[in-house]
Design a protein around this ligand. Structure first.
Ligand SMILES: [Fe+2]
Length: 210
């Protein structure tokens, strides 16, 4: 932006990637993916117990099923697609990967019922994290992303409600079913309360540099 003689530029940019999964092959059938998540959750008693004991509303396979792509062909296909999205994002980020690829580290299902939420967190030990959206009923919560510098803003005034998008302290993303979002793993994010009567279903994942 230029104002008179002044030149103002944006530095230290935070990139956020959004795309339909279908941009890359193979095709992931949305109905089959939703059904697979529900069937897996129903059969995964260890995961149900873990979710209950750890105060996770609904269900996550995070602690119980570490090998979804080996067990279920649709998840193997999903990883093939995600690998390509992550590679495209790494290209946009201009990472110098030194000949080593970003590789899937974890992939897990989240089923968030009405009233469920997932508190603010980052994904340590990873480079790229993301989520693909499997069921987003009307009223399902967005993903809330936080300015990574917020902890340093001791005396800053708040930003105006109509501030430019790239100046806002929080961004709410409301993806569609079949979309994938990617961000750098240090970016703090949360899922606010799900106000939909129906479950919000998503599959999240981490990629590391190996
Ligand atoms: Fe997360």
């Amino acid at each position: 932006m230029t104002r008179g003689m002044a030149h103002i530029e944006s530095l230290f940019v935070t990139r956020l990637y959004r795309a339909p999964l279908s941009e890359f092959a193979p095709k992931i059938d949305a109905g089959e993916m939703e059904n697979s998540c529900l069937v897996i959750a129903e059969d995964d008693e260890a995961g149900q117990d873990w979710s209950e004991k750890n105060g996770y509303p609904g269900y996550t396979s995070y602690a119980s099923l570490t090998d979804l792509p080996w067990r279920f062909p649709i998840f193997a296909d999903l990883v093939k697609v995600l690998d390509q999205h992550v590679a495209a994002f790494a290209e946009d980020l201009e990472f110098d990967l030194d000949g080593r690829a970003l590789k899937l580290e974890d992939l897990w299902i989240n089923i968030l019922p009405e009233g469920g939420m997932h508190a603010s967190h980052i994904h340590p030990h990873s480079v790229i994290s993301g989520t693909t959206y499997v069921a987003m009923p009307d009223g399902a919560s967005a993903l809330k992303l936080e300015d990574p510098r917020s902890a340093r803003m001791m005396a800053s005034p708040a930003r105006r409600a109509d501030a430019r998008r790239d100046l806002k302290p929080f961004i709410y993303m409301k993806p569609k079913v079949g979309d994938v979002l990617l961000w750098e793993s240090w970016l703090r994010h949360e899922v606010p309360m799900n106000m939909a009567e129906d479950d919000r279903i998503s599959v999240s994942f981490n990629y590391s540099w190996t």
